[in-house]
Design a protein around this ligand. Structure first.
Ligand code: SF4
Length: 1016
């Protein structure tokens, strides 16, 4: 065979057609389109008058049209499943071992597969029974019932070949025809019977084998040839040798099986290339880039490139996604299973919503199918509420409107939230009213009506229409074509269910499962939107047409040859028992592997100019054992070809031109306002990554809310309780006048009381929430004790908790037209303490770090723009102290970070921070300073000087720190207002990209974007 074989066969066929002889060319289904094109190209328009390309399906159609039976209704894939279900039920009472599986719809596809094997190989229920064994007897019962139902109703499609063979006996079909058969590696007994009958009456009967494979004793073809030799056909074996093909590739094909082929004079490198990639994604990316380079630099067209995957099911999604990102036009004739389509997901999600009490995941799966006319902002809002409050069961489907705040556990919904809540409630009522009737159906007919009504009420048909329009406008014609078929196939599957199950009693959950099974029996595909596209597909069904370049992807030992996936419902022993009883069943695993190797060979001998093989190398493997398939190993050693590592990506993915150029001034002002509002955390976010800042504060992309008490909720609660504790202590004459235990008890009681209010407001008390409440009470008590320890030894007093600070607006000059013209710093300080000395108020700002990831004070962090919150607020407060605190002047005494985690682990843990190096002031902060430093991060040497570890700063150093943070804010404001949005994360050990929410949006690409160094 090979194109040399095709040429010889085609010449003979065209000669006969030119003489007016009727010619049929029989090929496997995946080759039919390419063969028709070849015939039309070489034979011209008139060739179709005498010659025709057939598959077994079309051949049967012709025979039945001539002999009768074409009009008989035939079950489609969905109908077969339903009929099998009925057969299974009718046999249920008599079965011995399969009874337990009878109620599971998921068992049906396995039964259909076993039935297919039996039908194709002519194994009857009686044969199964004869072979013995409980399971085979059960299968015989089921298949007998199935046959009985088929006799009364539509025919099974597998019976059409048998029927066609029977009809051929009576009809004069095929007399004097010239029949050509090619590209088959094997035939089923059913097909062989049909071929025998055709041979007997045809004027000539030509079967084309691959000459080189036959010569080399390739087992699968020899088996087929032996089987066909009984047909007594003319056997034509043709070796490759066509013109226009690279000599190197011809040499490779000729010596594919040789141990020591003669060397190719000019070397094979260039015609055959072998590559190892560090993984599947890198492999596909390399293939995409190589396809671009072939077109850009070597003059190929997209249609000249074929990408053949050893396992397209595994590689297909990667190929689809990366080729789209590289904007490579792609065509794949893989038919997609309807089960993978959004409509199937929509049906399953709708059923699960009702079945499992409106779980958040099911509801959101439904809303996110993209088939409901629900805007993404409404879906986001809905998800936000569901995640925050998790209303399930009757709280979801009940009459009462949802009224809780989207902001979380604290406070009632704000005025601005009412509109959002109204939208959420409208959507909830709409979903519930559409889906609730689903559970009412008691028969298949009622369930079908209920399911169709529910989807119609949800607006799915309109949603599909809108999606088709959107995909068409986006140029995704293939997807649009597939999407357009979904509703029709759904209607067809419902009709099948009603037609075959009618008024049979069925639960709605089972009905939805059956409907999905029936749908999964259908596939959707479409005609390529344009001809100039890279053709990608699986090696087992790739059309055998000439391609100048073939890139074979996935040539790993794991995938080539593909391992058989289990043995199906009929085990190896049962196959052996059947063989003993004289019944043949499909090939056993070794024979299947032979067929896989045949596919590999035909794929690799397809190109005329260039063959590229790639494989994902196993991690840690040696050069000899790195997961490459035998074919790569052989090509490398026999033809002396190097295996190269794939080069690093050099071309940008299509979305990458996502320009990281600065935004225009006008655009920045539209996003951030004319006066830029900054806070310490915003400054820190910008320092972490400008793109992250742009997403969070420009686009206002929100993190998905977490259920229960979030760390933010915990922090807020703790601050409120500590504030209450401070007030309580001051009302009773100060901390020293109050027993420590009393304050701890007070904090715990307050925490519990607040928790009660929260739980009452929430109307729930999940175990997790209750546990979180108990923990909060314990932490509050410990922190209150710590507060007592600090202030009973201190002359500083707490001045305020959760204190809002704000700087006056400062102008921004020298930016482009329309850019923000001013900036302002705002924020909230957790706690502010003060100590009056003369007419100066010394201020200290304290920050409570309640999260597990809370960091300690670090000057390097502040230098790089991180953790500058406390110094910023401290200097702002000092500047505004006369108005705020009514003092002539204020000085910075320092900042302290209270790590709740450290205090819980070790009650005596010191705070971190930076304090003024004034011993008198420090003693005012903690009178235990000279003993053990108390809670302050300060220690002394024996001579009374500060130890090396003391975290103190002179007034001059404090002033420099103040200058630095002021400059930091100013620079950040200028950069933000100047429109900087580059993805440039700070190079931290705790890499921001690892936990960044915007990772999916930024397309951070090492080749384009560089992390910024962290300066120490
Ligand atoms: S993932 Fe990294 S580069 Fe991308 S936005 Fe987040 S921090 Fe910036």
């Amino acid at each position: 065979m090979g194109r040399g074989g095709d040429d010889a066969l085609l010449s003979d066929l065209l000669d006969n057609a030119a003489r007016g002889n009727r010619c049929w060319w029989l090929v496997p289904e995946p080759y039919s389109h390419a063969t028709e094109r070849l015939l039309a190209e070489r034979g011209g328009p008139s060739v179709c008058l005498c010659a025709e390309v057939l598959t077994f399906r079309r051949l049967c159609d012709h025979i039945l049209a001539a002999g009768g039976g074409l009009a008989s209704p035939v079950l489609d894939a969905g109908g077969r499943l339903l009929l099998m279900r009925r057969a299974l039920r009718s046999a249920a009472g008599q079965m011995k071992v399969l009874n337990v599986l009878a109620a599971k719809p998921g068992f049906l596809p396995g039964l259909i597969q076993a039935l297919d094997e039996c039908k194709c190989y002519g194994v009857t229920p009686r044969d199964l029974e004869r072979a013995g064994g409980d399971k085979l007897c059960d299968l015989a019962l089921i298949f007998s019932a199935y046959e009985m139902f088929c006799e009364r109703g539509p025919m099974d499609p597998r019976d059409r070949v048998t029927l066609a063979w029977q009809k051929m006996k009576d009809a004069r079909f095929g007399e004097n025809a010239r029949i050509y058969v090619s590209h088959f590696a094997s035939f089923t007994p059913q097909e062989r019977l049909l071929l025998t009958s055709l041979r007997d009456r045809a004027a000539s009967f030509t079967v084309l084998f691959h000459g080189e494979l036959m010569e080399r004793g390739f087992a699968p073809l020899h088996i087929t040839a032996r089987q066909l030799s009984s047909v007594d056909s003319e056997q034509l074996t043709v070796n490759s040798g066509e013109n226009g093909r690279s000599d190197a590739l011809r040499h490779m094909e000729k010596h594919w099986f040789d141990r020591k082929p003669p060397p190719f004079p000019s070397g094979m490198d260039g015609a055959v290339e072998l590559y190892a990639a560090p993984g599947e994604a890198a492999e596909v990316r390399f293939v995409a880039e190589r396809a671009i380079l072939l077109v850009r630099d070597e003059g190929y067209r997209w249609r000249d490139v074929a990408v053949i995957a050893s396992d397209y099911a595994a590689y297909g999604p990667l190929i689809g996604s990366l080729f789209t990102q590289y904007r490579i036009p792609l065509f794949s004739d893989q038919m997609d299973d309807m089960a993978q389509k959004p409509l199937s997901r929509c049906i399953r999600a709708a059923a699960d919503c009702v079945l499992y009490g409106w779980r958040e995941a099911d509801v959101m799966r439904l809303l996110r199918t993209g088939l409901l006319p629900v805007s993404s902002s409404d879906a986001d809002l809905f998800e936000h509420y569901l995640r925050r409050w998790n209303p399930r069961g009757s709280r979801f489907s009940g009459e009462r409107d949802w009224e809780r705040s989207l902001g979380g556990w604290h406070g009632e919904p704000a005025e601005a939230e009412q509109e959002a809540l109204a939208r959420i409630n409208r959507l909830r009522r709409h979903i519930v009213s559409a889906l609730k009737p689903l559970s009412v159906g008691k028969t298949a007919r009622q369930c079908a009506a209920g399911l169709r009504g529910a989807l119609e009420m949800l607006g799915v048909p309109e949603g599909i229409g809108a999606r088709v329009r959107a995909l068409t406008e986006a140029g995704e014609l293939k997807l649009a074509g597939e999407c357009g078929q979904m509703w029709e196939l759904f209607g067809k599957s419902l009709d099948q269910c009603v037609g075959l199950l009618g008024d049979e009693a069925v639960e709605y959950a089972e009905f939805c499962e059956l409907c999905l099974l029936v749908l999964s029996g259908y596939t959707v595909g479409s005609i390529p939107a344009s001809l100039d596209r890279v053709h990608a597909g699986d090696q087992s069904r790739f059309p055998r047409v000439p391609f100048p370049v073939v890139i074979y992807i996935g040539a790993s030992s794991e995938k080539v040859p593909a391992r058989p996936v289990g043995e199906g419902l009929i085990s190896g022993e049962e196959r052996a028992a059947l063989a003993e009883a004289g019944c043949e069943l499909p090939p056993d695993p070794p024979a299947r592997i032979g067929r896989e190797l045949y596919n590999l060979y035909t794929a690799c001998t397809l190109p005329s100019r260039k063959l590229i093989l790639t494989y994902p190398a196993a991690r840690g493997g040696s050069a000899a054992d790195d997961g490459r398939a035998d074919c790569v190993r052989r090509l490398s050693s026999v033809f002396d070809l190097p295996v190269r590592p794939v080069p690093p990506p050099s071309l940008p993915l299509a979305p990458a031109p996502v320009s990281r150029d600065p935004l225009s001034g006008r655009c920045a002002a539209m996003l951030y306002g004319d006066t830029l509002r900054l806070s310490a955390s915003r400054v820190e976010t910008f320092a972490q990554c400008p793109f992250l800042y742009f997403c969070r504060y420009g686009l206002r992309a929100e993190r998905r809310p977490e259920p229960g008490f979030t760390p933010l909720d915990v922090g807020r609660e703790l601050h409120a309780i500590l504030e209450q504790c401070a007030r309580y202590a001051l009302e009773r004459g100060g901390f020293a006048a109050l027993p420590r235990e009393e304050l701890c008890f007070y904090a715990e009681t307050q925490a519990k009381a607040r928790q009660e209010i929260v739980l009452r407001r929430g109307g729930v008390g999940t175990p997790r929430l209750l546990a979180q409440g108990l923990r909060l009470a314990r932490v509050s008590s410990v922190l209150a004790g710590r507060l007592w320890d600090e202030f009973s030894h201190s002359r500083f007093t707490p001045l305020d908790f959760e204190l809002r600070v704000e700087s006056p607006a400062a102008p921004l000059r020298g930016l482009s037209d329309g850019a923000p013209s001013a900036y302002q710093l705002r924020g909230v300080a957790d706690r502010v303490d003060g100590f009056r000395k003369g007419d100066t108020l010394y201020l200290r700002v304290v920050d409570y770090k309640t999260s597990a990831r809370g960091k300690s004070f670090s000057l390097s962090d502040i230098y790089n723009g991180l953790s500058a919150q406390m110094p910023l607020y401290l200097f702002l407060l000092c500047r505004g102290a006369p108005e705020r605190f009514g003092v002539p002047k204020a000085e910075a005494a320092g900042v302290l970070y209270v790590q709740t985690r450290d205090i819980l682990l070790s009650p005596g843990a010191k705070h971190s921070g930076l304090l003024l190096d004034d011993p008198e002031l420090l003693e005012a902060m903690d009178d235990r300073l000279r003993q053990d430093g108390g809670t302050l991060p300060v220690g002394f040497n024996k001579d009374g000087s500060f130890s090396k570890r003391a975290s103190v700063a002179s007034p001059e150093q404090m002033a420099r720190l103040q200058d630095h943070v002021a400059r930091l804010v100013r620079d950040t404001a200028r950069a933000v207002a100047g429109g900087r949005v580059e993805a440039a994360p700070l190079d931290l050990r705790d890499a921001p990209c690892d936990w960044c929410d915007c990772r999916a949006a930024c397309h951070f690409d090492e080749t384009l974007d560089k992390p910024r160094p962290y300066l120490r």
